[in-house]
Design a protein around this ligand. Structure first.
Ligand SMILES: Cc1cc2nc3c(=O)[nH]c(=O)nc-3n(C[C@H](O)[C@H](O)[C@H](O)COP(=O)(O)OP(=O)(O)OC[C@H]3O[C@@H](n4cnc5c(N)ncnc54)[C@H](O)[C@@H]3O)c2cc1C
Length: 94
């Protein structure tokens, strides 16, 4: 698949190339970068990250309040509450 050929308004998506990839992650914010890192660590093969800006993390991921949410607003025992708590530990250890 050539993502660059499908990019809107004639823009070439950064990272696009003709080299093969086993997995393509679109978007170089914290979610895309963390996903790509996890995939590489899991040994899935070649991972391609496509980012439309000149460098990664140009949007929300570098324009937030930096708060690690404790999940207090979520229903006790819910998946969101559990993930919020485990996410804090994962972020601190990272
Ligand atoms: C004002 C504000 C304050 C916040 N405060 C907090 C906080 O205190 N604590 C907290 O946990 N969260 C906070 N958040 C939320 C948090 O920042 C976001 O949930 C998180 O950064 C989202 O990451 P992301 O990777 O999904 O998105 P982004 O960081 O926006 O990354 C998306 C990336 O995808 C790229 N992209 C988009 N379309 C394409 C395309 N077609 N092809 C290639 N690349 C593309 C963009 O250029 C961008 O680099 C805040 C958000 C905002 C806006």
């Amino acid at each position: 698949m050539s993502a660059s050929a499908e990019a809107p308004r004639g823009r070439r998506t950064r990272g696009a190339s003709s080299s093969p990839a086993d997995v393509t992650v679109i978007g170089g914010g914290i979610v895309g970068l963390a996903t790509a890192r996890s995939l590489l660590k899991a040994g899935v093969g070649a991972v391609r990250l496509l980012e439309k800006e000149a460098s990664v993390a140009q949007h929300q991921s570098t324009h937030n309040s930096g708060v690690l949410h404790a999940g207090l607003q979520y229903h006790p025992g819910s998946e969101k509450a559990r993930l919020a708590r485990s996410g804090i530990h994962a972020m601190i250890s990272f």
